[in-house]
Design a binder for this molecule. Sequence first.
Ligand SMILES: Nc1nc2c(ncn2[C@@H]2O[C@H](COP(=O)(O)OP(=O)(O)OP(=O)(O)O)[C@@H](O)[C@H]2O)c(=O)[nH]1
Length: 603
Amino acid sequence: MRFKPLALQVLQQILLYAVLFWLLVSAVRAGLLFSQGQKHLAEIPDTVNTLYMPLLAQSVWDVELATTQKELASISAINGVESVLLETRLGQRLRYVRPHSDGEHHNIYRLDVHLNHGNRESLGTLTLYVSNTLVQREIANDLISSMAQRVLDFMALALLIVFILRRRFVVPVQQLAQAARAFVPGEPAPAFRLQYPAGVEDEMTQLLASFNAMRASINNHLAERKRYETALKQARDELASRVEERTARLDRLLNFQQLISAVSSRFINIPLDEIDGAMEQTLAQIGTFMEVDRCYLIGVDQLQVVSMVHEWQAAGIAPGAEGLDFAPLSSRPALFATLLREGVLNIPNCRQIPSFGHTQTQCDIQSLLMIRIDYLDQPVGVFGCDMVHSPRQWQDEEQLLVRLLGDMFANMIIRRQQLHALSDTQQQLEEANAHLARMALSDSLTGLANRRHFDEEKRQAFDKARRKGAPFALIMLDIDFFKEYNDHYGHQAGDQCLQRLAALLTSLFTYPGELPARIGGEEFAVLLPGIDYQGALKRAEALRQAVWDLNMPHANSRIADRVTVSLGAIAMDPGLHSGVEQMIADADAALYRAKASGRNCIG
Ligand SMILES: Nc1nc2c(ncn2[C@@H]2O[C@H](COP(=O)(O)OP(=O)(O)OP(=O)(O)O)[C@@H](O)[C@H]2O)c(=O)[nH]1
C-alpha cells in the first residue's frame, strides 16, 4: 500500500470539506445577492426620484448644465444603471453612459423631471436604462473576491494546521511507530520519551503512556510466561525423573515379586535332600538381586546351637561365615547377642561401631543387614547380607525383602528340621520293621530261618524246580537223645547246643538258594535247590561228619560220647512228588529210618 502522509490526508480532507462548504455558502450568498440585486434594480426609479431628482430638476430649472451632468453621472453610477438620457422640454438631450458599458440593457424606466415645491410643471423626461448583467457581474465579482479571500485564508490556515499537526501529531506518531518497530519483546528498555512540549498532557501523552504501559505489560507478561515455562520445565523434568524413578522402583518390585515367587515355589514340597541345595541357590539369587557381596543363612536348633550354615559370596569375596562352628549363638560375639535380643541389625557403616572390629571375625565388612529368623516366637536362625567393597544405606524395600525372605527361610529351616526328624524316625522305623521282619522269619534262639520262613521258601523252591525241571533236594535232621542231653546238661546248655548246631549249618550251606532252618525243638531242615539225590546224600554225610567233629560231649547218649544227629535226605521226584509236602513226608520217613537204624546216620 502506498504511503501517504497523514498531514496530507488531513489537508486534503479539510480542503474537500472546505470547498464543499464554500460552494454551499457561496450559493446561498449568490442567491441573497441576486435577490438584493433584483430588489435594488426595482428600487432604482424610487431611489432616483427620492435622492437625485430634486437636485436634477433644480439644475434643469436653473439651466445649470454642469450640475445637471454631475447629477446624471451620479445616477449612472448607481449599480445596475447602464445609461441615462435626459430630455428637457427645451429640447435639450443629455445622455450619460456608464463607463465600460456594453450597451446592453433589460429595463427602461421613464421618470418625469419636475420640482417638488411650487410649480410642479414637467421639466423633461429622464430615461433610465437598467441592465441585469451589471448586477450579476457585481455578484460574480463579489463572489470571486470573497472566494479569493477565503482561499488565501484557507491556505494560511491550512499551513498553520499542517505545521501544528506535524509538530504535535505526525512527528510524535512517527517516533512512536519507530519505537514500536524497535521494540523487542522481552528485552528490558527504559520508558520511551517523545520530543514533545513538557508539562502538556493530552491524547498524545496518553497514547505514549499507553504505549509504555503496553510495552511494560508485554515484557511483564513475557517475563511471567518465561517464569511459568521455567517452572513448567522444572515440573516436567521433575515429573520425568519421578516417573523414571517410579518405573525403576516398579521394575525392582516386579523382580522382587518374581524372586519371592521363584523362591517360594522352589521351597514348596521340596524333598529333604534338596533343601540345602535350594537354600544355596536361593542365597545366590538374593545376593545377585540385592547386589551385595555376601549373604548367609545360619540355622539354630532349639538350644540356639548353630545347626546349619549356608553362604554365598560375590566373585572375589572371601567367605565370612566359614569360621562358624556349631556352637550356641549366645557364645558368639556381642553382635549376635544384640541380634538375638533386637531381632534386626542394620549397620550402614560398621567402622562407626568400635566394638564391631573386635568382636566380628569379618573385619572387612563395611555395612551389614542381619535379621533374626523366628518361628512361633522362637529364634530358628539368622539371615544377613554384607557389603565389603563399599558402605551401603539399606533401603526400606531391601529390609522388607530381607524380612520376607527371612520368613520363608524360617519355614524352610523348620521344614528341614522336621524332615530331618522325620527321616530319623523313618529310619528307626525301617530298622524296627526290618528287625520285626527278621524276627518273623527267623528263629530267635539260633537265628536260622524259622518254620514259617522255611515253609514259604520250600514251596517256592519246589515250584521253581518243577517249572524249570531242575533238581531239588532237602535234608531233615534231628539231634539224637536230646531229651537226655537237656536232662543231663540243663536246658540252657541244650540251647547252646542248638545254637552251635545252627552256626554249623549256616557255615556249611552257603550256596545261593540253600536255606538251613530250625523247624522244631531240636529238628532242622536244609533246602538244597539244584542238588540231586546223590548230591544230597553227600551234603548230608558231610553234615553228619561235621557234627561229629564238633565233639560236643553227650554223656547220656546211648550211641556215642558226643552229640550226634540223624538225617533224612530226599530229592524231588517229579513222578512221585506232586507237592513239596510229599517231599517233606518222604524226608521225615527217611529221618525216621535213620533213627530206627541206630541214629548218627542218614536214612
Ligand atoms: N534245651 C532245649 N531243649 C529242647 C528245645 N526244644 C525241644 N527240646 C527238647 O528236646 C527233647 C526232644 O526229645 P525227644 O522228642 O524225646 O527226642 P530225643 O530225646 O532226642 O530222642 P530221639 O530223637 O529219639 O533220639 C525234649 O526233651 C525237649 O524238651 C529247646 O529249644 N531247648
